[in-house]
Design a protein around this ligand. Structure first.
Ligand code: NAP
Length: 240
């Protein structure tokens, strides 16, 4: 039987590319996001075995209900990828933007992550993948709320990994920390460098899934950048 994967946030960018990679590697994929027409285009392009569902994770009760409905209709689900997020803070410090980041990247993602963990623990197996960011390793002036939202997810995953070990839960937890990837999220960003294509990012994420990694930097060279960002003394880092 085909393995089933659910991707939250698969209408564009990394999530869309990952949906294709998983589908092409034999998974039955359920792709979700707010823009249904984009998902339908993806389904038409990929053919049988890629299903779509509209979902807005800012509405936690509605998105939880949809996730439960998908899971109960398509058992057994073995992989849930939490990729949906918004950025958009670089242009300013508007509270409305920051609130949206917290609502989607933190509140919406955590509600689904928490449920997925309990579901897989009870089922006795499963794999959760979160798409965080290299920005999770340290705050930055370009996007304080976005970086903090990603730090929340990365710390939450670390906590869940420890908990899974203690509880002997058979749940694999993989946190992906991308550097810059060429998607709408970084369009027009002047300070971007080492930019990977969404396809390359998706292939590396697929590799991390197959190897059941705890966390990976995408692309791989961002591991070095993350190490440097963490190692810089506070005074020097704040001058960057
Ligand atoms: N691009 C980069 O350089 C970069 C770097 C580090 C980390 N990341 C992370 O990579 C992930 C994918 O981002 P991307 O670069 O591929 O950007 P993207 O093309 O903008 O993709 C974001 C995805 O999230 C979905 N999404 C956003 N809000 C949602 C909501 N409320 N409910 C459901 N789905 C929602 C979007 O779909 P709809 O708009 O259709 O809902 C879209 O499918 C994100 O977690 C991002 O933080 C990206």
């Amino acid at each position: 039987m085909k393995q089933t994967a659910i991707i939250i946030g698969a209408s564009s960018g990394i999530g869309r590319a990952l949906a294709k990679v998983l589908h092409q590697n034999g998974y039955r994929v359920i792709a979700t996001a707010r823009r249904l027409e984009r998902l339908q285009e993806l389904a038409a392009e990929q053919g049988e075995g890629l299903l779509v569902k509209k979902m807005d994770i800012a509405d936690t009760s509605a998105s939880l209900a949809i996730l439960k409905e998908i899971v109960s209709g398509l058992q057994p689900v073995e992989l849930i990828v939490l990729n949906a997020a918004v950025g958009g803070e670089s242009s300013g410090m508007a509270w409305e933007t920051q609130k949206e980041i917290i609502d989607i990247n933190v509140r919406g993602t955590t509600a689904l992550l928490n449920w997925a963990y309990s579901y897989f623990k009870k089922k006795g197996s499963g794999h959760i993948v979160t798409v965080s960011s290299v920005t999770a390793v340290r705050g930055n002036r370009y996007s304080p709320a976005y970086a903090a939202s990603k730090a929340f997810i990365t710390h939450f995953m670390q906590g869940l990994r420890q908990r899974a070990r203690k509880e002997k839960a058979q749940v694999t937890l993989t946190d992906i920390l991308p550097g810059f990837v060429d998607t709408a999220m970084i369009a027009g960003r002047k300070q971007a460098f080492w930019i990977a294509s969404p396809g390359k990012a998706a292939r590396q994420i697929y590799g991390a899934i197959k190897k059941k990694k705890s966390f990976v930097y995408v692309s791989k060279r961002w591991r070095l950048a993350a190490w440097l960002i963490k190692a810089l003394p506070e005074g020097l880092y704040n001058r960057l």
